[in-house]
Design a protein around this ligand. Structure first.
Ligand code: B16
Ligand code: MG
Length: 217
């Protein structure tokens, strides 16, 4: 039986992709190239440093910078990003997210955050969502980025449940792959033509009925 529901943050509970995009685009502009919204799709669910590598590849600037220069660029991007997300509030919570979290809890299922973001706490605080989670694992707690299953396995461990007792809600392919290699059930949030390898797919948490997820297991 399912005993824990693990939620990705960006793209599942809140749409921060637009703020990541604004910050990455600004960095690309400084470096002298255009970074499109389509390019930005490749960064979803991917760690900050890996995102920077992809951005530099797009700009034809791969392998041109030292590790220190790369770290400085990532830090600058993050300063802008933090500025952008500082103004967020509850109105930016995606439809159905609160109902879904509360719904699982009401059925005795532990709620877990499993996010790659080092800024997850700032976002959850701004959205007033901290009390909805039993366990919070974010990018500051893990060393290996999705598709590595570390973030989800740690979440299961802290919730005191086995991996096979977890269902993961994810919008990014890297996250779906991470959930499957953790031995968990993967529920994709997005479009069937953009994702694969999931157990179920919904357009958003507003379509998810916690009771049905447990019954179908
Ligand atoms: P940060 P998630 C991921 O969050 C984002 O999808 C991804 O675009 C971002 O690069 C990554 O977090 C790291 O975020 O720079 O804030 O540490 O989808 O795993 O909740
Ligand atoms: Mg995501």
């Amino acid at each position: 039986p399912i005993k824990a529901a693990i939620f990705d943050l960006d793209g599942v509970i809140v749409d921060t992709a637009k703020y990541h995009y604004m910050a990455w685009r600004r960095l690309a502009e400084e470096l002298g190239f255009v970074f499109t919204e389509k390019d930005n799709e490749r960064l979803k669910g991917v760690s900050r440093m890996r995102s920077l590598e992809i951005l530099l590849e797009v700009g034809g600037l791969a392998d041109r910078f030292t590790a220190e220069e790369m770290a400085a660029m990532a830090a600058r991007k993050n300063e802008w990003y933090v500025q952008y997300i500082s103004g967020m509030d509850e109105s930016e919570i995606l439809e159905g997210a609160v109902e879904c979290l509360a719904g699982f809890r009401a059925l005795g299922v532990k709620t877990v955050l499993g996010s790659a973001s080092k800024n997850a706490m700032l976002i959850l605080n701004n959205l007033r969502l901290v009390p909805y989670f039993d366990v919070i694992i974010d990018g500051t707690r893990v060393t290996k980025a999705k598709p590595d299953p570390e973030v989800f396995l740690l979440g299961a461990k802290e919730a005191g449940v086995k991996p096979e007792e977890c269902v993961v809600f994810e919008d990014a392919q890297a996250g779906i792959d991470a959930a499957k290699s953790a031995g968990m059930k993967a529920v994709a949030i997005g479009r069937p033509d953009e994702l694969h390898g999931y157990d179920r797919i919904f357009r958003g948490l507003y379509e998810v009925k916690p009771r049905e997820i447990l019954e179908q297991d």
